[in-house]
Write a protein that binds this ligand. Structure first.
Ligand code: AMP
Ligand code: MG
Length: 318
């Protein structure tokens, strides 16, 4: 059988233009992509992922001009963000035009759009035009940060995973919209709130507890490993109370000096970006070790640390 992990951008482009679903690299995480012109392929993305049809897909484009064709209006603050961060890990939620189907937006009149910062993907997008691509993981599992993760998740049903090594950002894009005349963050991600506020001033943070709006990226338990996973303020306490258990420990920059089956230090130099890049990779690795628990020390709650903590709070088992 032909190996599905391949490196030809031309082949991936060709398959997408034929209406196939292809897994693609981005700088955030790997995605499951289909051209927005092929409803059947879009439908297959939902099917493969086991994703509810009420959960919209993000559309990826090559540049701002392509983005403008997909939206009715582009509020000034969001345009400023686009100029600052595109290509980059920022998804903007904008009023959609008829070029984007309700199937992609799950019936919403808005569409999430981004220009990814990934040379191979940009090369592909210039030929394919807009593609819809959610993360290439089955619903409620951790996002994939390597081609192998995708192939492991979907051993059947995919013709090709375009391999481009390990994702540079390693966590999902930050999703930002504009409501009631203010910029609102729907999902924390690879661009920090601080970086966004530097461009547009104070922003609102979407609060899933106070809203009836279903924004699946914000739903609880969205990114779980199979192993029971816990975020512990005091890892020492947890380990001491569970001495008989096989524990995999994830810490930020310093060893916890505890007797555990496995310890991973995310960034010995204390770099939050490096920690963000390695977090899913590490969860994937530890998930394969047959541990009783994965225990994670929260990162400092600032910059990308806050984004990682947010992602992790959704990975824990309650
Ligand atoms: P994924 O690519 O799997 O991380 O999922 C895409 C995320 O983008 C989901 O959590 C969606 O809720 C979010 N999203 C996509 N389009 C919209 C939209 N129009 N409004 C709000 N959130 C969106
Ligand atoms: Mg996802």
């Amino acid at each position: 059988m032909e190996r599905i992990i391949q490196t030809s951008v031309e082949k991936a482009t060709e398959l997408l233009l034929q209406g196939e679903v292809v897994a693609i690299p981005t700088e955030t995480v790997y995605g499951l992509a289909a051209s927005i012109s092929f409803p059947k392929a879009i439908d297959y993305i939902f099917e493969l992922k086991g994703r509810p049809r009420t959960n919209p897909l993000i559309v990826h484009v090559a540049n701002i001009k392509q983005a403008e064709e997909l939206c009715k209006s582009f509020p000034e603050p969001l345009k400023k963000l686009a100029h600052q961060f595109w290509p980059g890990s920022l998804t903007l939620v904008l009023p959609k035009t008829k070029h984007v189907s309700n199937q992609i937006t799950a019936g919403k009149n808005t569409v999430g759009i981004r220009v990814p910062n990934h040379p191979k993907l940009l090369q592909l997008l210039k030929k394919t035009g807009p593609i819809a691509a959610p993360s290439a993981n089955p619903f409620e599992r951790i996002s994939p940060t390597s081609a192998q993760h995708v192939a492991d998740y979907f051993p059947k049903g995919l013709k090709m995973v375009l391999d481009s090594g390990i994702c540079q950002a390693g966590i999902e894009s930050t999703i930002v919209g504009f409501e009631n005349n203010q910029v609102i963050i729907y999902r924390l991600g690879a661009i920090s709130i601080e970086a966004i506020e530097n461009v547009v001033g104070k922003v609102a943070l979407f609060d899933s507890n106070q809203s009836n709006v279903v924004t699946p990226g914000m739903s609880k338990k969205h990114y779980a490993p199979k192993t029971k996973t816990i975020v512990a303020e005091n890892v020492k306490d947890f380990v001491n109370k569970n001495v008989a258990s096989k524990i995999g420990l994830i810490v930020f920059k310093q060893s916890a000096q505890l007797e555990v089956a496995k310890e991973v230090i995310l960034s010995p130099s204390g770099d939050l970006q490096e920690a963000a890049q390695r977090i899913y990779q590490t969860l994937h690795e530890l998930d394969k070790l047959g541990l009783d628990y994965i225990v994670i020390e929260p990162l400092p709650n600032e910059g990308l640390g806050r984004s990682v903590n947010d992602r992790l709070s959704r990975a824990v088992h309650s």
